[in-house]
Design a protein around this ligand. Structure first.
Ligand code: ADP
Ligand code: MG
Length: 300
């Protein structure tokens, strides 16, 4: 990390749990969705099968499941980047036929342009949508202030820490006022403390705009701390194994402290029961594949 200039400020606080989305936009409905891909060897492989999943407008849904079970695939279907092989995908009540309007993505890696200062990176979205440059930069400046990065506008992404780059990514996503926010393991490359800070900040920002969120994570604690609903996906080809309503009160406050809450622990235990079997199954399959490869003398 090569931070120069002022330290990042804490994010402007907002009261969680206050706003509700009134326009009804952003709800996601996957109904009996199957997605098959053709692998490089020409074989068909099923990434997800018969997935039925509803996220209400303004709802925060976390998706957990073992590696390779189709979590990222599910997000790309909601984003309209891929079309289902069977079943239907609707966002804001409309069938998805191309790139979904009103969707913003946040990935594990920061999808920032390394050759542009962060102000320009954040201003890109509105400019693509036709806003003039000066206005887009003004809004980007406001957003950088909101995520505690006033004073860093002219820094390049590589001059920021991982946590600060993640704030830039969040600003770049939220400046578009998405009705649906798709997050693919967004915090998993961050250290534990930064991750907790980012989780709290995400909840504050979510509460202001109330997009519906699909948040993919490996981390069950993170999922429960953030979400209204946790969906467990089976080992691949993934399908919905179980859904759990997270009835912890909002505002959640500090996501690290809520982990000591009795109800949190109950939910954790309950959901982990469902998730563990799938993680074990995925692991056993990987081991079997590795054994076969070894038996074949390294040829798979
Ligand atoms: N574009 C693609 N072409 C071929 N196979 C793919 C493609 N995208 C994903 N897959 C396969 O689909 C399965 C699910 O992938 P993914 O959705 O990335 O899982 P997860 O995000 O849960 O780890 C994996 O076996 C992966 O290799
Ligand atoms: Mg993935």
């Amino acid at each position: 990390m090569t931070d120069t200039g002022p330290a990042p400020a804490p994010m402007a606080s907002g009261r969680q749990g206050s706003a509700t989305r009134t326009d009804g936009a952003g709800g996601v409905e996957l109904r009996n969705v199957t997605k098959r891909f053709v692998t490089p060897t020409g074989a068909a492989m099923t990434a997800i099968r018969d997935v039925t999943l509803t996220v209400e407008p303004g709802q925060f849904c976390a998706v957990v499941g073992p590696t390779g079970c189709g979590k990222s695939t599910t997000l790309t279907l909601a984003a309209g980047l891929e079309m289902p092989s069977a079943g239907s995908v609707r966002v804001s009540g409309e069938p998805v036929t191309g790139i979904t309007k009103g969707a913003s993505f946040v990935f594990q890696s920061d999808a920032l342009l390394p050759w542009k200062p962060v102000l320009d990176n954040v201003a890109l979205g509105p400019m693509f949508r036709g806003m003039n440059k000066a206005e887009a930069k003004e809004r980007a400046r406001d957003w950088l202030r909101t995520v505690g990065l006033a004073g860093f506008e002219q820094h390049y992404p590589h001059q920021l820490s991982g946590g600060m780059r993640k704030r830039v990514s969040l600003a770049a996503a939220l400046i578009n006022e998405p009705s649906m926010l798709l997050m693919d393991e967004p915090f998993s490359a961050l250290d534990v403390q930064t991750r907790a800070i980012m989780s709290n900040e995400l909840l504050t920002l979510w509460d202001r705009q109330k997009p519906s969120v699909i948040f993919v994570t490996h981390d069950l604690e993170e999922a429960i701390g953030l979400a209204d609903k946790v969906v467990v996906i089976t080992a691949g080809p993934g399908t919905v194994k179980a859904e759990f309503e997270i009835d912890l009160p909002r505002p959640r406050g500090d996501v690290q402290s809520i982990r000591f809450n009795k109800r949190f622990l109950e939910l954790y235990q309950q959901i982990w029961e469902a998730l563990r079997e799938e993680v074990d199954e995925a692991y056993a399959r990987t081991s079997r594949t590795a054994d076969r490869a070894q038996a074949a003398g390294g040829r798979v």
